[in-house]
Design a protein around this ligand. Sequence first.
Ligand SMILES: *Cc1c(COP(=O)(O)O)cnc(C)c1O
Length: 434
Amino acid sequence: MAKELAIFGGEPVRTEPFPGYNVIGQKEIDAATAVMESGVLSRYLGTWHEDFLGGPKVRLLEEKWAQMFDVAHSVSMNSATSGLYAACAAAGFGPDDEVIVSPYTMSASAVAPVVNGATPVFCDIDPDSWCLCPTALERLINAKTKGIIVVHIFGGSADMDAIMSLAQKHKLTVIEDCAQAPLGECNGRKVGSIGHMGVFSLNYHKHIHCGEGGVVVTNSDELAQRLRLVRNHSEAVVDRMPTHIDEKLSGIVGYNFRLGEIEAAITLSLLDRLPALIEERIENVHFLEKKLRDIPFLTMPEVREGDTHCYYLHPLKFDQKVAGVDREQYVAAVKAELTPSELRMHEGVLIGAGYVRPLYKQSFYRSKMHPVIQGASEQAETTYLDQSCPNCEEAHYSTVITHELMRPGMSENDLDDVASAFLKVAENIKDLVK
Ligand SMILES: *Cc1c(COP(=O)(O)O)cnc(C)c1O
């Protein structure tokens, strides 16, 4: 049925704002208040003492997190960025080491090796999962390669079986960036527990949040100890440790990456709800996909047998040849049919053409001002060029559409409006060819 598109002045599908995604309720307010009333907002001491491991909320959070995520240890941090820096330090990445990383991610995943003096080497992604492509990865492994940073982008998982078998063969340390995939699963196992370390985020945009925070998980006692030292002033702590001091521990630089008690209490309060919040995202996505599947130029994300996608974003694949218009035109027209969400009005309608720019496009890697980048091997430098990751280029510049309009709190009516906007523009796509 022909209808005037809102982008050309027609009546939009929806003018009422969508509900904001807000996980903070009375329970979290009470949890934060109780910490305030105790007067102990952090109990860390940067020395060898029982308070080296933080206060009661931090410790309880770490215990519960480890149980829920099927790991031996969890080490809280003040952000996932800090967690990634700490994980690279704990892995021992340093000068002359190369670390293979996806270019299709938030910038901290790739800068974490740089902070530790190591060189990031960008590897192309798989065109269906948008995570590291194992075949491309294998080609980049050489004698300098020490590790891999896998990113489970949008909440879907990388092919961990293939990646771990390469890592075992070449003795590489694998860090999983799970900031977008809490409780995601790959072949029946929780992401973060498959590699040597997994890093989670508790920032405002993530599934659950405490403002700013992060958690690193590991099954290795040794890595857990190193992570705790990096988090809390290692150099001031090691000499007093009762166990025989390992030379390697003495060389660790410590930071202050400590999470506060208020943030830990808020996260603890939200943790029980995490499975249900993810379930709701999955249900909302299924509801939407039933309708969006009818659009011939859109492909729904592939979820392999045994995997659980936790939909940080809902990624769609756009086929320009079938649509007859480019992705930007389609997305602009869909956005014109809708209206922003409460709490995030200023960001506009939460639908994006592409995701973040491939990281090697950042001037940081191109101007080579940083000594590590400046001294990068020829192989690393090649991966900073535009032609080296064609799947990533294609995903970002022509095929990927992401949206956040499946977050918990959306009613069936809200979801119907989202689907109607995508469908209305698809049905009238010829009007965009002008
Ligand atoms: C959000 C995010 C981070 C960083 O998380 P912070 O807690 O904000 O530091 C890292 N990697 C990915 C993939 C992310 O989405």
